[in-house]
Design a protein around this ligand. Structure first.
Ligand SMILES: NC(=O)c1ccc[n+]([C@@H]2O[C@H](COP(=O)([O-])OP(=O)(O)OC[C@H]3O[C@@H](n4cnc5c(N)ncnc54)[C@H](OP(=O)(O)O)[C@@H]3O)[C@@H](O)[C@H]2O)c1
Length: 325
């Protein structure tokens, strides 16, 4: 028997229920894995709350790491005993699962399962945001919101390696300090300070080349005023709620701005993108360009508490959950 989370209706963390069941029979091209660590991502809260609707009842969780315990006869790339990880495959809140081998990557020897589950989805997100969607270089000044979060702390270190000047926003002094320790040049406490005015001040009125905004509703429209003419607004998440609709005329009047709403589904799930992006993330860790401190961890059985803390902005950096069943 295995255990897995199911939600039967949308709502708060109390909707997360564990169920005991049999693991389904393996299909062609699939392997069974036993999870060791599971990554917690903000998208999991959107699935649970219904902001991103799923057909119910539904599994939850988009990222995991573990060991292959069984495989279909036609799977050649992976063997029983291999340490593997994956992103963007619903159902990681479980002790075991079946998954298409084509969605997996091998975890390098010098990277632990805990690190892989903490870094893969968020690190791949940073990779496409700063190396492909907008190719950041040392001439750029960047505004990154919620810079002490999971994606944020990885972004700080990655952007520093690219030589950019980084302005971040954070909810508390403690988060601001952590962001600075991870390479952020200036941190704005956006609950207390007017971040648009502060960005203008820090850039001597010029504005930034690109805004990365995973906060959405509270910051995205205001953020347009932080950009230089021809600047790029990247709204990649909604931790405060959905970004309101934007009139294209507004982008014209604020300086012929570019606006995009990207997802990892489009940038990181094709096999070649998955291998490229995960490879870059692992390389950044193995060459010590990214140091991975796990600031927030939970047991998998405490997943409801982990959701509560993430939504109450109590977590720092990446959050992982250990399979304790
Ligand atoms: N599009 C993609 O491909 C993609 C992929 C991965 C993640 N994402 C997005 O990236 C963002 C960060 O994800 P993450 O998993 O690393 O989460 P996270 O940044 O660790 O947590 C979210 C942070 O958002 C800030 N925040 C601001 N207003 C908030 C509110 N009303 N409620 C809750 N939090 C609020 C908080 O930081 P402060 O306290 O410092 O304000 C909070 O810690 C999310 O929006 C997520 O959906 C997008």
């Amino acid at each position: 028997m295995i255990k897995q989370v199911e939600i039967h209706s949308n709502g708060g963390p109390e909707k997360i229920v564990w169920k005991e069941c049999e693991l389904e029979k393996l299909k062609s091209g699939q392997v069974s894995i036993k999870h060791t660590f599971v990554g917690l991502n903000f998208i999991d809260t959107y699935h649970r709350s219904g902001l991103y609707p799923l057909a119910l009842p539904s599994k939850l969780g988009m990222e995991g790491a573990g060991v292959v315990v069984n495989k279909a006869p036609d799977v050649n790339e992976y063997d029983v005993g291999d340490r593997v990880a994956y992103v963007m495959a619903l159902g990681s809140y479980s002790t075991h699962r079946n998954i298409e081998a084509s969605k997996l990557v091998k975890i390098p020897e010098k990277i632990t399962d805990q690190q892989a589950a903490a870094v893969l989805l968020k690190g791949m997100t940073v990779e496409y945001l700063v190396e492909r969607l907008f190719k950041v270089n040392k001439t750029h000044t960047v505004l990154f919101h919620a810079v002490a979060g999971g994606v944020g702390l990885l972004a700080c270190q990655w952007l520093k390696c690219l030589g950019a000047k980084i302005i971040g926003t954070a909810g508390t002094e403690k988060k601001a300090l952590l962001a600075k320790q991870n390479g952020c040049d200036d941190v704005i406490l956006y609950k207390d300070e007017d971040f648009v005015e502060k960005v203008k001040y820090l850039t001597e009125g010029k504005g930034v080349d690109v805004v990365y905004d995973g906060v959405g509703k509270d910051t995205a429209i205001l953020g347009l005023d932080c950009l230089k003419p021809l600047g790029t607004m990247v709204v990649f998440g909604n931790s405060s709620g959905n970004c309101p609709p934007i009139d294209p005329g507004l982008l014209a009047s604020k300086g012929s701005l570019f606006f995009t709403r990207p997802t990892l589904m489009n940038y990181g799930t094709k096999r070649e993108d998955l291998l490229h992006s995960s490879g870059r993330v692992f390389e950044m860790i193995l060459t010590n360009k990214i140091k991975l401190e796990i600031n927030t961890s939970y047991k998998l059985s405490d997943v409801s508490k982990a959701h509560t803390d993430l939504e109450l902005r109590k977590t720092y950096g990446s959050v992982v959950m250990e399979n304790d069943y």
